[in-house]
Design a protein around this ligand. Structure first.
Ligand code: SAH
Ligand code: SF4
Ligand code: F3S
Length: 441
């Protein structure tokens, strides 16, 4: 067997970070990462199951490479589809030899031994595998911005959502372990940290200190060398006032909150089992709008949930106008296995879902265009992420999580640096500007 591996990652940041752990483990076990399936002895698909389309991607990939299985390649399906479908994957795609969910990646070395021994049906599907939140050899993709998992799983039961089934019950990591990792990252040159969890707000330190999320957030923001801290995702029900208080008081905490609303109709929110009303959600929005530092707000919207009437949908559109989000992700409802909403059926036709989605996206585009024009003339500090050499431009991200393309006089390396940029142009999804001379640090 070739000691090489290829990995493709689907889904959210949790999966992206899990892949960094898997890559680190594989490298530590003596395997080399390659860029194509053709070159690889092991092929990993780290999968997402949030909507049907996401789930189908992995089966399309497996179908495509079916013939390669006999040629000494091992196919591994890991992540959320693996956890959800379990051993059924072996039936559907007989050339797969490993099926493992995210809670069992700490067992990967043992699973590799079984695969190397020729075992064709290796699984890691238990939620109590003694998981490690992090491995000492995690291979991070980005040298300046790092993910840290603070909580795994989800104890909510939103009626449309597979995550509680694919990631299991909530498990928080100790604050000592989180801070230790943040310090190690700062020592090795990282300046930005993104705290990860399906619902970071319900973080509760399992050690005696019993810290809540706001306390942890503030402490990570106080680690010397760390200049920016982000976090995702926030559930509105558990989003409490002290989180805003610490963001207001600590400039290192980015002024951006992703607070997915899903729908503007309390009736639909109830059917979704989101545990808040529209009014309760708006109260949280008011905290942010009235904060001393203006806080960018982003959201997720689902259209076409079973029972969503034209009036419910109008309420979502009104909510968009009222809040004026900085950006949103919007999706057509997709029926998922095991979920409570299955019993509600899926009666809104696909064309109607598409129509509603297009209207949401068009409204939001117009809102963003108006908002972005208002930013022309402002000066924002960006953390530089990329260089577009052909265009002579750089790209960086503001504390409010906006990307800004800018020109810069001088030929120093800017990636990873912080630069002040004056906004000179705006589009619905983009901002462009010029760096302020002498502002690089
Ligand atoms: N933990 C996060 C959500 C993660 S999933 C939270 O609670 O906000 C990301 C987004 O996918 C959700 O916010 C929702 O908008 C969308 N989503 C989840 N399940 C879906 C489904 N069955 N159909 C369509 N969109 C869905
Ligand atoms: Fe899914 Fe709801 Fe948990 Fe988010 S809070 S992961 S939408 S069940
Ligand atoms: Fe997808 Fe799993 Fe994330 S279902 S969105 S990869 S938690």
């Amino acid at each position: 067997m070739e000691k090489t591996f290829y990995i493709e990652t689907f889904g959210c940041q949790m999966n992206a970070h899990d892949s960094e752990k898997v890559v680190g483990t594989m490298v530590q076990q003596g395997y080399t990462q390659v860029d194509t399936v053709e070159e690889a002895g092991y092929v990993f698909y780290n999968t997402c199951s949030i909507r049907d389309k996401a789930e189908q991607k992995v089966f399309n990939r497996l179908q495509h490479f079916k013939r390669d299985a006999g040629k000494g390649k091992v196919f591994a399906v890991i992540g959320c589809v693996a956890q959800q479908e379990g051993e059924k994957i072996f039936e559907r795609a007989p050339h797969v030899s490993l099926v493992a969910g995210s809670a069992s990646y700490s067992k990967l070395p043992q699973m590799l031994v079984q695969l190397e021994a020729g075992n064709k049906r290796v699984t890691g599907l238990s939620f109590d595998a003694g998981e490690a939140f992090d491995t000492p050899f995690t291979r991070r993709d980005n040298p300046h911005r790092a993910y840290i998992t603070i909580i795994e799983g989800c104890d909510k039961a939103c009626s449309y959502c597979v995550v509680p089934f694919t990631r299991g019950p909530e498990r928080s990591r100790t604050s000592a372990s989180v801070l230790d990792e943040a310090k190690r990252l700062a020592d090795s040159g990282y300046t930005e940290i993104q705290l990860l969890g399906q619902n970071v707000n319900s973080y509760r330190d399992p050690s005696a200190t019993g810290w809540d999320f706001a306390t942890l957030l503030d402490s990570v923001g106080g680690v010397p060398g760390i200049r920016r801290v982000r976090f995702t995702t926030s559930h509105p029900r558990d989003f409490v006032r002290p989180i805003i208080d610490v963001i207001e008081a600590n400039e290192n905490l980015c002024n951006h909150v992703h607070l997915p609303v899903q729908s503007g109709s309390t009736r639909v929110l109830t059917a979704m089992r989101r545990l808040y009303t529209r009014d309760q959600y708006m109260e949280r929005i008011a905290w942010m709008k009235n904060a001393r530092r203006p806080i960018a707000i982003t959201s997720d919207i689902i259209v076409g949930f079973p029972g969503e009437t034209e009036k419910d949908f109008e309420e979502t559109l009104e909510l968009l106008e009222e809040i004026k989000y900085d950006s949103i992700f919007s999706f057509k409802y997709s029926q998922r296995p095991n979920t409570y909403a299955l019993e509600l059926g899926d009666h809104i036709p696909e064309e109607e879902k598409s129509r509603r989605l297009a209207i949401v996206q068009e409204r939001q585009r117009a809102i963003q265009l108006r908002q972005n024009f208002g930013l022309v003339g402002d000066v924002e500090e960006v953390n530089v992420e990329a260089q577009y050499k052909l265009l002579g431009q750089w790209m960086g991200r503001t504390s409010r999580n906006r990307t800004l393309t800018f020109s810069h006089e001088g030929d120093e390396e800017l990636i990873g640096k912080y630069v002040k940029v004056r906004v000179t142009r705006a589009g619905p999804a983009s901002l462009a500007g010029e760096s302020i001379p002498g502002s690089v640090n």
